[in-house]
Design a protein around this ligand. Structure first.
Ligand code: GCB
Length: 610
């Protein structure tokens, strides 16, 4: 290879690898914008060796599959054809849409045609944004053959300004999706859930004016001053996508008789307070999940949202919702559908799981182990569930790797950015069962500071571990205790530890903070019955719940529990034939919705915790 060729290759690699210039912050409440859905049928094909991206010397090419080539004359050689390929539904995981892809981990290319015309236009100087709710795990996005950006992380939204890439009439978007696991990723190589690949959440083309509302926040910073709920102060901030001063924004809460117009500062921001002098403010809570309609209006833009107001705080070992102690009657849940066991992507998918949680008597759900889709969070909020939301910093990730840190921080930031207006979310969780070390402490400490700086109105936690007990005394010790508002830990006495220990166990938790048991449980195959000492029977799980709940009840400062897990879910780590068959069987419901005996033990206990 001569020098000129080397320079050209480097330039090409640099151009292809360059950080996308087109990436923009995903707009707050994207569903309330002017959008065209790009959901539906997408053509796809598998590319095991990524030859649509790398040439045979393993250099990225600029003539890859993303150009969507078509033979122009009979002698032309083009070895792929998106339009002749089958289609699958977006949003959706590929594993459950094509039998051959059930265990596939690698690259798949997907293409969607769309038309810009009457369906969606921009105003003068307006912009088109291309929004993805989530793609697992890496997405490289091309519009009309040109790369617009690359994103990593499987559970958070991302967005590109594609104005310069699209035109009136026919356009196409192609995405290279790769869900191979890597040591330095977040999560890392191993995790106990199914690695669903694909464009798993909505894709939208969004039309916004040149200057638009990028983000806003509406919340209560303190409890109403008077008992009748009048004289509350709503904290209102807003940020435009550009630093434009003097832009008028009107905020209206019709029910609260609030209508005020403000003008942005030189940063394109607003920080104001709205007083509820004229009306009583009803606080959001599981018993009364009151949401207020709000309108944000500026020239060329109206955004409607539903906002709940509540205060979550701790006092010593107490957890207070709206100033009153609350016990979190929780359950953990993966984002996997009831009955069909695929990735959830809609309010309807969430609804079945929520109805199951409600039947247990829950008022709280730990959304494990990654941010769930926005529809699910909003549906849970409407139905009055308090939520714990977390990022997949799970087990042993690469604590020393700066890129891994940046990835985790980006996921944390994007989770908080998307959902900071959701009253239902009371806890941001940073990690799950991470091994103690200086490097980990530094990593999680930085994440905690980031979370705190982005949102100081919620509680921070993480699912810690209790690793050993001498003389039946479990002592919780974790250097992260200083960063968390709520001490949470997972424990599996009776399952991963000796079955008969629970009645003898004592707990020492040397922190003046509320305690949540973020996981406990054991497996049972629905319909398998036997002695309570026989593993995998419903009776074994039932007994485990009985003993664990009696034990946990004695913990000083216990403010909530979320057993593992709402329903049996797919996991590649669960091969036992006839029992697991690829499912983690710790569900209280089977994947087919069968209630296991342990469920009634929990329900009865929760009845007493009301
Ligand atoms: C845990 C993990 C969870 C697993 C669970 C289990 O501690 O946090 O992701 O699925 O245990 O079933 O082993």
């Amino acid at each position: 290879m001569n020098v000129k060729n080397i320079m050209m290759t480097l330039a090409l690699v640099a151009a292809i690898g360059a950080k996308a210039q087109k990436e923009v912050v995903a707009p707050q409440n994207v569903y309330a914008r002017q959008t065209m859905s790009l959901n539906g049928d997408w053509h796809y094909f598998v590319d095991q060796q990524e030859q649509g991206y790398y040439d045979y010397r393993m250099n990225p090419t600029n003539w890859g599959y993303f150009v969507n080539a078509k033979p122009k004359k009979p002698s032309d050689l083009v070895e792929y054809d998106f339009d002749a390929c089958p289609t699958m539904q977006v949003p959706g995981d590929w594993n459950t849409q094509d039998e051959q892809l059930f265990v596939y981990e690698g690259t798949i290319w997907m293409k969607k045609d769309f038309e810009i015309g009457d369906g969606l236009r921009t105003t003068d100087n307006g912009r088109f944004l291309l929004y993805f709710g989530a793609v697992n795990y890496e997405a490289i996005v091309y519009v009309n053959g040109k790369k617009v950006g690359r994103h990593v992380g499987g559970f958070t939204p991302f967005c590109y300004d594609v104005t310069d890439f699209v035109h009136e009439g026919k356009n196409f978007v192609i995405v290279k999706i790769d869900n191979k696991r890597h040591k330095d990723n977040v999560p890392t190589l191993i995790f106990d859930w199914w690695n669903y690949g694909g464009i798993t959440r909505d894709v939208l083309l969004v039309s916004v004016p040149e200057t638009y509302v990028e983000d806003y926040s509406l919340r209560l910073d303190a409890l109403p001053q008077s008992a009748d709920g009048k004289n509350s102060v709503i904290d209102f901030s807003l940020k435009l996508n550009r630093p434009v001063a003097g832009e008028a924004v009107t905020v209206t809460f019709p029910e609260l008789k609030i209508r005020r117009t403000f003008s942005t500062d030189e940063n394109g921001c607003l920080h104001e307070q709205l007083s509820t002098k004229k009306s009583k403010l009803e606080l959001w809570s599981p018993d009364n999940p009151k949401l207020y309609k709000v309108l944000l209006e500026r020239e060329g833009e109206t955004i409607e949202d539903e906002i709940g107001f509540r205060i979550i705080e701790t006092r010593g070992k107490q957890l207070l919702l709206n100033g009153k102690p609350i016990f979190l009657r929780g359950v953990c849940s993966h984002e996997e559908t009831a009955y069909t066991s695929r990735r959830c992507n809609s309010a309807a998918d969430a609804d079945t799981l929520l109805s199951w949680a409600r039947s247990l008597g829950c008022n709280f759900i730990r959304l494990a182990h990654y941010p769930h889709n926005e529809h699910a969070v909003r549906e849970a909020e409407r139905q009055g569930f308090l939520l714990w939301s977390e990022i997949p910093v799970y087990w042993t990730i690469s604590w020393q790797n700066e890129e891994t840190y940046a990835n985790a921080e980006r996921q944390l930031t994007d989770m908080i950015r998307r959902d900071h207006n959701r009253a239902a979310i009371i806890i941001w969780s940073l990690a799950n069962e991470t091994p103690h070390s200086d490097a980990r402490d530094k990593f999680l400490g930085r994440l905690a500071q980031t979370a705190r700086s982005l949102d100081n109105t919620r509680l921070i936690s993480m699912a810690m571990e209790v690793t050993g007990a001498s003389n039946y005394v479990n002592r919780l010790q974790d250097n992260m205790n200083k960063y968390v508002d709520v001490v949470s830990f997972n424990q599996y006495i009776g399952w991963y530890r000796d079955v008969n220990d629970a009645p003898k166990m004592k707990w020492e938790i040397p922190y003046e903070k509320p305690v949540i048991i973020s996981e406990f449980g054991g497996g049972a195959k629905a319909g398998l019955h036997g002695d309570k000492g026989q593993r995998w029977t419903e009776e074994f799980q039932e007994n485990l719940y009985r003993e664990n709940l009696a034990m946990l009840d004695k913990i000083d400062g216990l403010a909530g529990t979320c057993p593992w897990v709402l329903k049996d879910f797919r996991s590649p780590r669960r091969p036992l034939p006839g029992i697991q068959d690829g499912f983690n069987r710790k569900g209280l419901f089977s994947d087919q919705g069968k209630r296991k005996k342990a469920l009634y033990v929990l329900r009865e206990w929760y009845e007493k915790k009301r």
